[in-house]
Design a binder for this molecule. Structure first.
Ligand SMILES: O=C(O)c1cc(C(=O)O)c2c(n1)C(=O)C(=O)c1cc(C(=O)O)[nH]c1-2
Length: 242
């Protein structure tokens, strides 16, 4: 393989998203189109809290590995986005409010009570990947956010149209995300483009992006398996009432 031009490289990354991003997953498609039960929407929110809670830990891990103050400065905005500047602010807080609006007690969500085993494993694998793999791959694994703004818009519109138990207020986590994701991707993509200087580097970036798509896909596989058919909820996991 020869070195791809920046444009061709970006096309290659976009192609990974077109084939493997989580919007293609059957559970996601059911979620958007109103074919999930209330219990499945609850399970989705509860399990995704585990992902949300891990994101700032993985970003702090990444910051600890960076030598460049400018990049650390850009990256630390991610911590502020999720943790907020004070109590009651930030993305994690907003996700907790979504879970509360769906009937969960905050203390249960924060304690990860009822989260699926496979969710824990997938989220743990992402944090470990960012801690252990070469920095180029660690940065590249965040590039799924190239694809999230459009998906978030479709998801929010679909959920508002189909479920009377969610509202613009309860889904307010997503209001800020498309803009934040576009900003995050800009610095991550600039880093990756500057540092992937050989064909092998470029392949490693593609593999990191595929790995991250697998993390998101595995989380939805777990939900689909546990809640899509009766009798498959793992011991200890959330049991919907209906
Ligand atoms: O709603 C989504 O589809 C979606 C996807 C992703 C992603 O692609 O990993 C993230 C988010 N949301 C998100 O809200 C978020 O904060 C986030 C951080 C990251 C990351 O890898 O650093 N991905 C995502």
């Amino acid at each position: 393989m020869s070195l791809l031009s920046p444009d061709a490289f970006l096309d290659r990354l976009r192609d990974v998203g077109a084939r493997r991003y989580h919007d293609r997953h059957p559970f996601h498609q059911r979620l958007h189109s109103g074919r999930c039960t209330r219990g499945e929407v609850q399970a989705w929110a509860l399990n995704r809290y585990a992902y949300q809670a891990a994101i700032p830990r993985k970003d702090a891990t990444l910051i600890a590995r960076l030598d460049d103050p400018a990049l650390r400065r850009a990256w630390r905005q991610r911590l502020v986005d999720h943790d907020g500047g004070a109590d009651g602010e930030g993305g994690i807080e907003r996700w907790l409010r979504l879970c509360e609006s769906l009937g969960f007690a905050r203390a249960d969500v924060v304690a990860f009570r009822g989260v699926l085993p496979a969710t824990r494993f997938a989220v743990g694998a992402y944090v470990e990947f960012v801690r252990e793999r070469p920095l180029l791959e660690a940065v590249a694994s965040s590039l799924t956010e190239l694809f999230s703004p459009q998906v978030i818009k479709t998801r929010v519109a679909g959920m508002l149209a189909h479920y009377d138990f969610v509202s613009a207020e309860s889904l307010s986590y997503f209001t800020a995300r498309p803009e934040q994701a576009s900003r995050d991707v800009e610095s991550a993509l600039a880093y990756v483009t500057a540092h992937a200087t050989t064909p092998a580097d470029q392949e490693a970036v593609v593999a990191a992006l595929e790995f991250k798509c697998d993390v998101l896909w595995a989380m939805l596989d777990a939900l689909d398996h546990a809640y899509g058919e009766p009798g498959q909820i793992p011991p200890g996991a959330f049991e919907p009432e209906s």
